[in-house]
Ligand binder design. Structure first.
Ligand code: NCD
Length: 330
């Protein structure tokens, strides 16, 4: 079976040795490269474990200064599946950030111990500060409300695998569009395709003006509304997010913005039958568990895809590019 992700014709691995700080760092060709490589790894996971020694002798350090389940563990699983090793700091606990060490100093030090570092931190732009002194590739695993590029790549991979194409799709985003870094990153990647965007949120959680401005500048039209309402019937993809309580400076604003919205069988009654529902997870009440067994629910597949996409990124950044296999499946 051929891949259903876009095929790049370039044989060059332009990602080797690079930092991954923002979804904006990727060209269309590079997005194709990552998605095609992920597809090769996904097919291998179902078969012969052909790449189990690809990153032998390489170490990934995960330095997470914010909670995480999927992102950290899927990075670690990805490295281990390719035969590499993992060392990690969790929450910054037991690390010198507790003593006030700067991100720049940490970048310098950790890059002496690892071949690649994945960093999550609550501050916008903090991973770029860490990377500024690191001499190994640094991957932004989420910096505040700013960016989460690896999540966006796995979201895009999931859309391609489920829909076979992006061109012509109408994609809705619902929930916390102000603070959701996964939404901000995915919107950047979607600018490479011919899609229609619909943003649905409480006005206090609307997409930041800077992002709307960039969309308008790029000629991307979009609609905004306060309710799912009529938009639902037009959507091919609905990307759901939780309201990110931890990002509000003002708890009164959180109470006002958080209307505890919930999607369930009833609210999705008039969707297209082949709508796909995505969520970066963790989910709170915004998707009723009754939808988990619904064929439209793809969020658990999406989380699994994180392993293949992170395998692809780790391999490419570290200069291991199973090029023959990538083109063989294309
Ligand atoms: C997201 C994140 O951390 O930004 N989760 C994830 O990485 N899968 C979304 C969230 O926390 O709501």
């Amino acid at each position: 079976m051929g891949v259903s992700v876009p095929v790049s014709r370039s044989f060059e691995n332009t990602l080797v040795g690079r930092h991954v700080l923002s979804a904006k760092d990727f060209s269309s060709t590079e997005i194709s490269l990552v998605l095609n490589t992920a597809r090769v790894f996904e097919q291998d996971a179902n078969g012969g474990r052909e790449f189990r020694a690809l990153l032998q002798g390489k170490t990934l350090t995960t330095a997470f200064f914010e909670p995480s389940t999927r992102t950290r563990l899927s990075f670690e699983a990805a490295m281990l599946r390719l035969g590499g090793q993992v060392s990690s700091i969790q929450y910054g606990r037991s690390s010198s950030s507790e003593k006030g060490e700067s991100l720049e100093d940490m970048g310098r030090i950790l890059s002496g111990y690892a071949d690649v570092v994945a960093v999550r931190h609550p501050g916008n732009g903090s991973v770029a500060a860490f990377a500024s002194t690191a001499d190994v590739p640094v991957i932004n695993a989420g910096d505040g409300a700013n960016q989460h590029p690896t999540q966006a790549l796995l979201d895009l991979y999931t859309i391609f695998m489920e829909k076979r194409t992006l061109d012509g799709l109408t994609i809705g985003f619902i929930g916390d569009l102000k603070y959701s870094r996964t939404v901000h990153s995915l919107i950047s990647l979607l600018q490479h395709y011919n899609v229609t965007l619909h943003f649905i949120s409480h006005r206090l959680l609307a997409l930041p003006d800077s992002i709307k401005g960039a969309l308008a500048e790029g000629g991307q039209s979009f609609q905004e509304s306060g309710k799912l309402g009529k938009a639902l019937a037009e959507l091919d993809v609905l990307y759901v997010t939780r309201v990110q309580k931890e990002r509000f400076a003002d708890s009164a604003e959180y109470e006002q913005a958080n209307r505890n919205y919930q999607l369930n069988r009833d609210t999705l009654q008039h969707s297209k039958p082949d709508l796909i529902l995505l969520h970066p997870l963790p989910r709170l009440q915004e998707i009723h568990p009754e939808l988990d067994s619904d064929p439209r629910a793809k969020y658990f597949r999406q989380a699994q895809n994180g392993v293949y996409v992170r395998m692809a990124l780790l391999a490419l950044l570290l200069g291991q590019f199973p090029v023959q296999r990538v083109w063989a499946t294309a």
